[in-house]
Design a protein around this ligand. Sequence first.
Ligand SMILES: [Zn+2]
Length: 218
Amino acid sequence: MDTPEDFQFLTASVVQQHNPYQEGEYLVIKTYPREKRLCCVHRSFDYSIARNKRDLENLAHDYSSFGLRVFHQGKLYQVINSGEPGIISKQQDWKIHPDYEDAHYDQNAEGEIIVCDCSYPYFSALVSYSSLCNEPIAESQPLTCLVDDEGREIDNCPNCGGRLIIDYEDEEDWEEDYIPTACEGCSNYHGQFYNRNLLVCAIHPHGFDSKSCPDFTS
Ligand SMILES: [Zn+2]
């Protein structure tokens, strides 16, 4: 029986998103806020059309950023000159293993998918063990969760090298001290950690990427 999802495949724009990217194809992708999957809003083999689409998307969205990439040898690259692949893009079309996706949405599973600042998704698993004094300790251990790199324990991000484990003592300092520049003195600033994710404020949960924020309230 056809489900409503099946009928969506009659729409060209939906089908396009499911076709594999091809060599030399330009992609306009959302670079901020970060999401678990690559969010591609436009695909084209024409560099100037793709560049215009990126500019339009950036003009049309106040709180999202869009970038242009070119698909080359199975990976995304930054675009230089008149459309040539430059350095490799930090954003890639990451494929998360379905088991980890299931665990992420399972209320009973102790772990979740977290997206590194660079766009790389990893699974933060809560592991319990006993301390020397036999007290139970629970800590999160980052694991790889991609289809082709499953379940490896990592301390640093394989994509950008950034440290994924925050030492507990350092984290406490950081919680107290860290206020984004745009938020200093703003009454909307919240700044509490929930499962190691900082909730900056209700209007901009991930903070505002600039020195001044349009919603600053003194
Ligand atoms: Zn990273």
